[in-house]
Design a binder for this molecule. Structure first.
Ligand SMILES: [Zn+2]
Length: 243
């Protein structure tokens, strides 16, 4: 999961284009094969070999150069678009014209209509957000749009069920793990400015036990945060305060 890919990075979510190019090159050198995100629930990609999907969130204009890098090595990425930002021509984001032109080298999916956290919306608003975001791309591109990534990674079971009911077959989360089985929502790992040219290749060739450890650690942190949030913070505060 990438965000902006400008020539010069500014925010922590930016990956400079040169680094991006080297990251794709090192994935290829490591023998990694790529699949489009829309195919990422296909059972045949869940054997011993690891497959990688390249995705971009938010529809940054700077991604056009990254699409060219990928086209030159035969990799089809998926860019998740915020419908209202694109429709209204928000500066720095892909316009409807730019999306139409790039459709020969990039697949497009939804990233909501307004970039609101999907799990924060009331049921009626959620449905409207999903349908509106899909309609924008389908009218523009005249193809079926079946993929979505959740703004801010804000997802829950109800959102996944509603997205599937609205025609989104493949749903991306922001949980930074590998996918051991073909099930929505699919985990995605954010690549950020701190990551060097070999980082994605190291992840793509990491062992099952590496990902298992990451998964266990993630669950442990989740449990600790829940406990601290509800009771532990009070207890800790009380103990430390009385010293
Ligand atoms: Zn986003």
């Amino acid at each position: 999961m990438y965000h902006s890919t400008p020539k010069q990075a500014e925010s922590e979510w930016d990956v400079p284009l040169d680094v991006f190019r080297d990251q794709i090159r090192s994935l290829i050198d490591a023998g990694v094969r790529f699949i489009p995100f829309r195919d990422a629930l296909d059972e045949r990609y869940y054997g011993d070999e690891t497959f990688v999907s390249v995705t971009f969130d938010d529809g940054h204009e700077s991604n056009l150069d990254a699409f060219d890098v990928l086209a030159s090595v035969g990799v089809e990425p998926t860019a998740f678009i915020i419908a209202d930002w694109s429709r209204h021509g928000r500066s720095g984001y892909l316009s409807s014209q730019a999306i139409s032109t790039a459709a020969d080298r990039c697949a497009f999916g939804s990233h909501g209509a307004s970039h609101t956290g999907l799990s924060d919306l009331a049921p009626g608003d959620l449905r409207d957000e999903l349908i509106r975001s899909r309609a924008y791309l389908e009218e523009l591109l005249q193809v079926r749009v079946t993929t979505i990534s959740a703004p801010g990674g804000r997802l829950n079971r109800q959102v996944v069920a509603e997205a599937e009911a609205c025609g989104f077959d493949v749903i991306g989360s922001s949980v930074e793990l590998a996918n051991g089985r073909p099930r929505n929502p699919l985990h995605r790992v954010a690549i950020r400015q701190v990551h060097d040219a070999s980082h994605p290749a190291r992840l793509a060739t990491a062992s099952r036990s590496y990902w298992l450890k990451r998964s266990v650690r993630r669950r442990a942190v989740g449990v600790a945060t829940r406990i601290l949030g509800e009771q532990g913070t009070e207890i800790l505060r009380g103990r430390l305060g009385r010293r």
